[in-house]
Write a protein that binds this ligand. Structure first.
Ligand code: FAD
Length: 385
């Protein structure tokens, strides 16, 4: 509260920082930065976790696994828990266990106007913290989350040759979002060195025997392993791609036609020098049951992320991303994923907040009437200086 008063008296904007993994640096800025990363308490009561807001996904996952529990977290170990949960939180168990934000039972927050508040005492605040994205209403300092008993998983993966892209992606987008809830899969197309490669893979919550019984992707390489080993394996691959990049995101509600997939492949070829890649993450299953402010709910087949590396030419990558949007966005829903934040998108209000805008803005005015928490994607009425 003292920090917010100081910022108000000095006219400084305030940002909140947890893991510092915002794609566009929303946790930095010129004003006062409140860093929660030292808030690392952890207490388990029954199947509920009470934890400080400063955890990163990797250490939290390991600490919980040693106690026999898991949460639907993303695989990248360095991502901060608070930013991840606030923006939705997609991970390799999402279709079975929901998004990260679906695990939120309660939160303790310092609001600039109201001081210490408990999210469950306001239906609107709890709803908003479940996925509306970014530090908009105050500083969360403790989370209460629903734990899941830890279990074995099967990790599967199949390379896809360029000649098979259209046929395989057409099939995947019909099957993956309607698959058994225990299967969370992705379809990835991207440049590796000089060639365009593809892969289909994912995680099955269960044993090898149960995986075989489902009979999906029988030609994929598959291995059963403890949950923690699986996440460490998948997370290691993500950590390697941290040189400067830019990304854009969309949601898919209608399967892409063969012609649209052809346009996507053509566009990927144009981005070879930026090692561009496009990943489809399957939705459906438990994700459709969520009740929070994460906008794109039932009926979404996948979230689609296009990403490229700047390699000293950020403007050329920007041009590639703009062209990608012009060619591909007509096939998507117009919604974007808060956790894959992007600046400069003209439709950002509709894309990130959709029909929730008014309700979220009322909450913003209640908790942060002076708009201390402001950044390029914050909820601020049009025309605010
Ligand atoms: C390498 C990499 C891999 C990723 N993988 C995934 C993935 O698999 N799935 C997925 O869904 N996303 C993924 N993301 C995106 C990631 O979830 C978001 O960027 C997320 O916002 C990062 O959270 P953070 O705490 O690390 O970042 P920060 O930059 O610290 O914070 C992000 C936002 O949350 C706000 N915030 C942080 N802490 C608090 C708090 N205590 N109270 C209120 N607001 C707060 C910040 O102000 C900021 O707006 C990935 C990102 C990277 C860079």
């Amino acid at each position: 509260m003292g920090a917010f008063s100081l910022a108000r008296s000095q006219g400084w904007p305030v940002s909140l920082k947890c893991g510092g993994h915002s794609y566009v640096g929303l946790s930095g800025g010129d004003g006062l930065v409140l860093d929660v990363s030292r808030l690392l308490s952890l207490r388990i009561q029954g199947d509920r976790l009470f934890c400080g807001a400063g955890w990163r996904l990797g250490p939290l996952r390991t600490a919980l696994a040693h106690k026999g529990w898991m949460l639907p977290l993303g695989q990248c170990p360095g991502v901060g828990l608070s930013g991840f949960l606030l923006g939705g939180g997609y991970g390799p168990t999402a279709r079975g266990l929901g998004l990260g934000c679906d695990s939120i039972l309660d939160a303790q927050m310092i609001s600039p106007a109201l001081g210490r508040v408990q999210a469950s005492q306001s239906d609107d605040l709890l709803w908003a913290l479940r996925g509306s994205g970014y530090g908009q209403f105050g500083a969360v300092f403790e989370w209460c989350l629903q734990l899941q008993p830890i279990q074995e998983v099967v990790v599967f993966r199949k390379p896809v040759r360029e000649t098979e892209f259209i046929e395989e992606l057409e099939r995947w987008q019909h099957q993956a979002p309607r698959q058994d809830w225990r299967v969370t899969s992705y379809f990835h197309l991207g440049y590796q060195r000089a060639s365009l490669v593809g892969a289909l893979g994912g995680v099955f919550l269960g044993t090898m025997r149960e995986w075989r019984r489902i009979g999906w992707q029988a030609r994929a390489e598959a291995a059963q392993m403890p949950y923690l080993a699986a996440m460490n394996r998948l997370g290691g691959a993500v950590q390697k791609r941290l040189s400067p990049f830019r990304a854009t995101s969309d949601f898919l509600a209608q399967p892409l036609s063969a012609q649209a997939i052809g346009a996507l492949i053509d566009q990927l070829h144009k981005g070879a020098s930026h090692q561009v890649q496009v990943t489809f993450d399957a939705y459906g299953g438990a994700i459709d049951q969520g009740v929070g402010a994460f906008p794109p709910r039932p009926g979404r087949l996948a979230c689609v992320q296009a990403l490229g590396f700047e390699r000293g030419h950020p403007h050329l990558l920007g041009e590639w991303l703009s062209e990608y949007a012009v060619r591909l966005r007509p096939f998507y829903t117009g919604e974007a994923y808060a956790n894959y934040a992007e600046l400069g998108r003209k439709d950002w209000r509709e894309a990130y907040f959709g029909s929730h805008w008014e309700r979220l803005l009322s909450l913003k005015v209640l908790h942060d009437p002076c708009f201390l928490l402001r950044h390029p994607l914050s909820l601020i009425p049009l025309g605010t200086p």
